[in-house]
Design a protein around this ligand. Structure first.
Ligand code: B12
Length: 228
């Protein structure tokens, strides 16, 4: 058995994978490198599921291992924060994040939330399987600078498109429309264009500059808000 983290996760070796994470942290490795290897391991699990070597239990187990790893790494990525963690200083932007209707994958979304909170964004996380009308209702009440939609299934894309269409309709002609960014492992530029998003990413870290750009243009259109 290889002791590389990618292989341990791919082989669903829960205990050995957790031990490996602790060992790598003890050697001073960065959380980002460990997360990258976990994602690569999960991708292998996904491939094995598609090929029929693993079944749904394999996906569940892989998700559980990743959740445990993130529990260990969270203090190193940023403040744990309550679900609606309020930043202490001036915020980098107000972001509403969720997984779209019909999709319950949340590990990638949670990673994005953790990362944004560590960078002083005010993040509101609506959870998973969120219907378009609920997204519109909360967005109208919250006035976010950016709405981030996550989806891991090909069947999530119509739900993403419907959510964006509902947001665009609700904000038609208004200066306070948020920027909309979409993400998930299967996201591509073409899909992002098809769903009607303003930005896209298949990686939380590389999404941050795009989210900052969308915050900037939403704020420029809207002008100063009464609550910062
Ligand atoms: C773990 C897992 C599960 C777990 C999820 C647990 C959880 N709490 O999330 C469970 C067991 C629930 C699950 C269920 C299913 N799954 Co699944 N799952 C996976 C797996 C192995 C890993 C996904 C993951 O968490 N990756 C790690 C995270 C960190 O990566 P990520 O999600 O890509 O997120 C990163 C970026 O995408 C980005 N990001 C994510 N969201 C956002 C949002 C924004 C706004 C931005 C900017 C960025 C961003 O940032 C993240 C960090 O960099 C993938 C395989 C794969 N290749 O990914 C299959 C996979 C996604 N699942 C798949 C399938 C088919 C299913 C099921 C339909 C299986 C079934 N028959 O029931 C169900 C669907 C349930 C549902 N309705 O949603 C398929 C999808 C195929 C397709 N083309 O649609 C995949 C690809 C496996 C495969 N190869 O067949 N799954």
């Amino acid at each position: 058995m290889s002791d590389a983290l990618v292989d341990l996760i791919a082989d669903l070796e829960e205990e050995a994978a957790i031990e490996r994470v602790h060992a790598r942290l003890a050697k001073g490795e960065l959380a980002a490198a460990i997360i990258e290897d976990c994602q690569a391991g999960l991708a292998v699990v996904g491939d094995r599921y598609r090929e029929g070597t693993y079944f749904i239990a394999g996906l569940i187990m892989a998700g559980e291992i990743f959740r445990e790893v993130m529990e260990i790494l969270e203090p190193l990525v940023g403040p744990a924060g309550a679900p609606d963690h309020e930043p202490t200083g001036p915020t980098s932007g107000r972001v509403l994040v969720l997984t779209v209707q019909g999709d319950i994958h949340d590990l990638g979304k949670n990673l994005l939330v953790m990362l944004l909170r560590s960078m002083n964004f005010e993040v509101h996380d609506l959870g998973v399987d969120v219907p378009p009308d609920e997204v519109v209702r909360v967005a109208m009440a919250l006035a976010p600078d950016v709405v981030g939609l996550s989806g891991m299934l090909l069947t999530s894309f119509p739900a993403m498109r419907a959510t964006i269409a509902a947001l665009r309709e609700a904000y038609a002609g208004r200066a306070d429309a948020p920027g909309i960014i979409v993400g998930g492992g299967q996201m591509t530029e073409g899909t992002a264009a098809w769903v009607g998003a303003d930005g896209w990413s298949d990686n939380a870290g590389s999404a941050v500059p795009d989210i900052e750009r969308l915050v900037g243009s939403a704020r420029a259109k809207r002008g100063p808000r009464d609550r910062a």
